[in-house]
Design a protein around this ligand. Structure first.
Ligand SMILES: [Zn+2]
Length: 191
């Protein structure tokens, strides 16, 4: 099985994260939209001083393949064929599959439903340093959630490039920023 692995390790003081992808087909296409999002989101999570993104090789293992097959099994049960599992210390903490159509919830991607299940059952601490296996390279929303939840390692099966020929990707969106920025900044000072 062709698995791609990102292990976020940003170096900042004693905190280390970096990402890597060992999929030969995908590596030639880097940086992908997800990689850019990962970089930007990771930078946002840390003080602006010196977030350093370094690549490191993380080969997949037989155990990775076993867990990925669980994610693929979830994908088969989804209302759109994507699924995910969250693993910690060799144990399945949560499973998730796409429920967007069933729940009329466009955010119910496999990764998000797995994260929500893990949060409900174990709380956010369990997610820190865990490994998330997902059948498809995460979208922008899921990648952000993965980073905000401090999931330590991401393993996916098919890359965006591989999926793009089969499903439509969000091509564009309209963003309006910096509206009343000081009002928000003032609120943040008292948090
Ligand atoms: Zn997603």
């Amino acid at each position: 099985m062709n698995l791609a692995i990102w292990t976020p390790r940003l170096t900042h003081g004693d905190r280390k994260m970096s990402w890597h992808e060992n999929c030969a087909q995908c590596a030639t296409a880097l940086p992908s939209r997800r990689a850019v999002i990962a970089t930007l989101a990771a930078a946002a999570l840390l003080p602006a001083a010196s977030p350093l993104l370094a690549a490191a090789a993380v080969p997949s293992s037989a155990e990775d393949e076993r867990f990925m097959r669980l994610a693929l099994a979830e994908a088969r049960r989804g209302d759109f064929p994507f699924g995910a599992v969250i693993i910690r210390d060799g144990r399945v903490l949560a499973r998730g599959r796409n429920l967007g159509r069933s729940n009329d919830d466009p955010t119910a991607h496999g990764e998000i439903t797995a994260i929500r299940r893990c949060l409900a059952d174990y709380g956010s601490k369990a997610l820190r340093g865990s490994t998330l296996y997902t059948s498809g390279e995460p979208c922008a929303m899921c990648m952000g959630a993965i980073l905000w939840c401090h999931i330590g390692r991401l393993v996916y099966a098919a890359s965006v490039q591989q999926l793009a020929s089969r499903i439509d990707q969000i091509a564009s969106s309209i963003v309006t920023g910096r509206l009343l920025p000081m009002a928000c900044a003032t609120l943040c000072r008292v948090v």
